[in-house]
Design a protein around this ligand. Structure first.
Ligand code: DQA
Length: 141
């Protein structure tokens, strides 16, 4: 099984960015954690990040025929991007939505998730561990 972990805007600044919300571990730490977990479970998992909506759409499109599933934290585009929702619907790949923070307990604008209309599972507020839980979800299927 081959999975794509896709992170949206500002997630490259993990560690620096509001550590009281997102923690002190960096984006590099996250990718290392994911690589170690994937290795342990015998999976191929690639990590990509972009601050640009169109690039995220391109990466979702390019995932078709290459990956068996997508683990997606679209960052702020979660709450705004119909283009990302359309890309997911177009390629039809199973997708797990991940949020590091508990968006359900934050500002009202974070209560909307376009990606959530498509994702088969949402993992919210579990910190970086959420990405590993998403990998496990694919393994258990
Ligand atoms: C986030 C939550 C979003 O509301 C925010 O814009 C992010 C990160 C999370 O992982 O908790 O960039 O997706």
């Amino acid at each position: 099984m081959r999975l794509l972990v896709l992170n949206g805007p500002n997630l490259n600044l993990l560690g620096l960015r509001e550590p009281e919300i997102y923690g002190k571990q960096t984006y590099a730490d996250l990718c290392a954690m994911i690589a170690a977990h994937a290795d342990e479970k015998g999976l191929t998992v690639d990590c990509r990040q972009s601050n640009h909506e169109g690039v995220l759409v391109d990466l979702i499109q390019a995932a078709y025929g290459v990956y068996d599933g997508i683990i997606l934290n679209p960052g702020a585009y979660t709450h705004t991007s119909i283009a990302i929702l359309d890309a997911l619907q177009a390629v039809g790949l199973p997708t797990v939505e991940v949020h590091i923070s508990d968006v359900t307990k934050r500002e009202p604008f974070r209560q909307i998730s376009y990606v959530g209309l498509y994702a088969e599972k949402r993992i919210i507020g579990r910190g970086l561990q959420g990405y590993l839980l998403a990998i496990d979800h694919f393994l258990q299927k």
